[in-house]
Design a protein around this ligand. Sequence first.
Ligand SMILES: *[C@@H]1O[C@H](CO)[C@@H](O)[C@H](O)[C@H]1NC(C)=O
Ligand SMILES: *[C@@H]1O[C@H](CO)[C@@H](O)[C@H](O)[C@H]1NC(C)=O
Ligand SMILES: *[C@@H]1O[C@H](CO)[C@@H](O)[C@H](O)[C@H]1NC(C)=O
Ligand SMILES: *[C@@H]1O[C@H](CO)[C@@H](O)[C@H](O)[C@H]1NC(C)=O
Ligand SMILES: *[C@@H]1O[C@H](CO)[C@@H](O)[C@H](O)[C@H]1NC(C)=O
Ligand SMILES: *[C@@H]1O[C@H](CO)[C@@H](O)[C@H](O)[C@H]1NC(C)=O
Ligand SMILES: *[C@@H]1O[C@H](CO)[C@@H](O)[C@H](O)[C@H]1NC(C)=O
Length: 379
Amino acid sequence: MRAFSPLLIPLFGSACLAGVWDFDISIRDTYRTIQWDLGTPGAAHNLLYDTGSATLWVLDGTCTDKCPNSSKFPRSKYNLTSTGKAYYNTTGSIEYDGGKVFGHLVSDIAGIPGTNVSFRQKFASITSSSWSSLGSDGFLGLASSSIAFTNTTSPFENAMQQGLLDKPRFSIYHGAALSTESNPSPQNNGVLTMGGSHEDVYADGEVQFFPIETPFEVYKANFLGLSGTRHFSGQNKQHASLNWTGAVVFDTGSGLSEIPESKIEAVYNMTPWTYEKLMTGYRPLCSEFNDTWSVSFTFGSHDDHKTFKVTGDQLATPGYEDDEHCFPPFNPWSSSNIILGANWMGNFYSVFDFGSFEPSNYDLRIGFAPLKKKYQPKV
Ligand SMILES: *[C@@H]1O[C@H](CO)[C@@H](O)[C@H](O)[C@H]1NC(C)=O
Ligand SMILES: *[C@@H]1O[C@H](CO)[C@@H](O)[C@H](O)[C@H]1NC(C)=O
Ligand SMILES: *[C@@H]1O[C@H](CO)[C@@H](O)[C@H](O)[C@H]1NC(C)=O
Ligand SMILES: *[C@@H]1O[C@H](CO)[C@@H](O)[C@H](O)[C@H]1NC(C)=O
Ligand SMILES: *[C@@H]1O[C@H](CO)[C@@H](O)[C@H](O)[C@H]1NC(C)=O
Ligand SMILES: *[C@@H]1O[C@H](CO)[C@@H](O)[C@H](O)[C@H]1NC(C)=O
Ligand SMILES: *[C@@H]1O[C@H](CO)[C@@H](O)[C@H](O)[C@H]1NC(C)=O
């Protein structure tokens, strides 16, 4: 039986850490996913975990023509089960950078693989999706319920509100594998943890925290500046800094990072390439992503700020037409915010700490720590 007993769960929680859930992270054709079970009996679904959105959705069993499939993976679609209830008249759509989905509200039992934990969760069953290349069955959004699909609570916040977790936090080690053109779905050792964090295993040093801005929608923090250092062969060393303040959003659903258009030239001046060179067709060699250069981002308030450095090699994303060439790490976009995506976040152990299980008492902060050598991503 997978029925949820409200009396037993808290006992398990304190007795044997049942309230800390570790999900293995797979890479399916560049998309990073974890598994959740839905329905009775539970069917496993691979879901893209995304800190930039808040909805749990899965493709509906009836969706064929309106859910085109150019992915290399089979998809496990959701069909209403004996414990499920569909609200066909409660509909909505969600627009992402990479696609748009439309569907209706469903309530059914969610199960956590590898545990006996199950609980009721509302999610969207998707009957139309333009995400044809998506190598997953849906999304698992990790941001605030305030931006989630109509009448749903984001799955992590729902689990906190049901009293199922030990600590009001989730944490991510994205894994050491990188998707490439020649091997887009490598074996991976990443772990997403809900209800706790494993910095003792993965982190090289302390997790450095700074606050998330209110009202909480996505993981947005204050940004204080950027500096870059380049060492040239011989003795020359060049240092530059940009004192611009703004906001930064941490988004695992974005592969690369986005920089406001007005700053993109200045940011590329800290790298081996000018923006103009990239705009006129130059494709960076992956060998140019090396530790002769680095960029450091500073987040937080003037009184309490934290700086995180990454070297060139840590920003390499191979597969820019072939694996000799790497994607330019920063894209320009027409917003005043920075988005740091998986190419930046993958270099750190990240802890998303809500400070409280109660939405009215949330005191959100995010923390990063460099990874121990053996856990650092490499091709
Ligand atoms: C849902 O139904 C579809 C269409 O009949 C089927 O292909 C799919 O395997 C079913 N999904 C599950 C999880 O059983
Ligand atoms: C999607 O296409 C892939 C590759 O052709 C195939 O293996 C998979 O079964 C398809 N999935 C669905 C749901 O049709
Ligand atoms: C849903 O909408 C249809 C058509 O608008 C209506 O006939 C039906 O009664 C509605 N069902 C519910 C459960 O509200
Ligand atoms: C789940 O429950 C069964 C039956 O009570 C038990 O044998 C098994 O060890 C449990 N599994 C986990 C992961 O707790
Ligand atoms: C959705 O939420 C609205 C507003 O709280 C409520 O009136 C409505 O009954 C809910 N619908 C469902 C299907 O839960
Ligand atoms: C940036 O700010 C720091 C600290 O306020 C200051 O020391 C530095 O001179 C500033 N740099 C520029 C280029 O304005
Ligand atoms: C390291 O990158 C620089 C560009 O910043 C490049 O000129 C140099 O050749 C690279 N070094 C190696 C060993 O590839």
